[in-house]
Write a protein that binds this ligand. Structure first.
Ligand code: 5GP
Ligand code: ZN
Length: 112
């Protein structure tokens, strides 16, 4: 299997980690779209949100709990946005589920 995020998780591709526990890792996006742009990534290889199963429910909760720790660490207590691109139509490019955590300035127009 050829997955960039699995390679980052294994340490074979370098990244700037901002958080790690037994289930989730978070690192800076290579191409940041905001002053803070972190990717929160479950360590288990799951291709997308659409590929989640019942047994992964806890993992998604853990990813969101990690965002609180990251917010405190990176000074995002005033707010941040979490985005998941799922599948082709949403423009998902890396086929390993991840949540973009964006912040560090007041955000512009919301999609929804
Ligand atoms: P997607 O488009 O799948 O929602 O988001 C994939 C994200 O992964 C993009 O924001 C892209 O910049 C980031 N990305 C792709 N390859 C790498 C990499 O090798 N390292 C890091 N840190 N981020 C990456
Ligand atoms: Zn993977």
């Amino acid at each position: 299997m050829d997955c960039i995020f699995c390679e980052i998780i294994k340490g074979n591709i370098p990244s700037t980690k901002v958080y790690e526990d037994d289930h989730v890792v978070a690192f800076n996006d290579l191409n940041p779209q905001m002053p803070v742009h972190v990717l929160i990534v479950p360590k288990k290889h799951i291709a997308s949100a659409y590929d989640l199963t019942e047994q992964d429910a806890d993992l998604v909760g853990r990813a969101f709990l990690a965002s609180k720790v990251i917010a405190d660490k990176l000074g995002l207590q005033n707010g941040y946005r979490i985005i998941n691109n799922c599948g082709e139509d949403a423009g998902q490019t890396v086929k390993h589920i991840h949540f973009h955590m964006l912040g560090g300035k007041t955000m512009g127009e919301k999609i929804i």
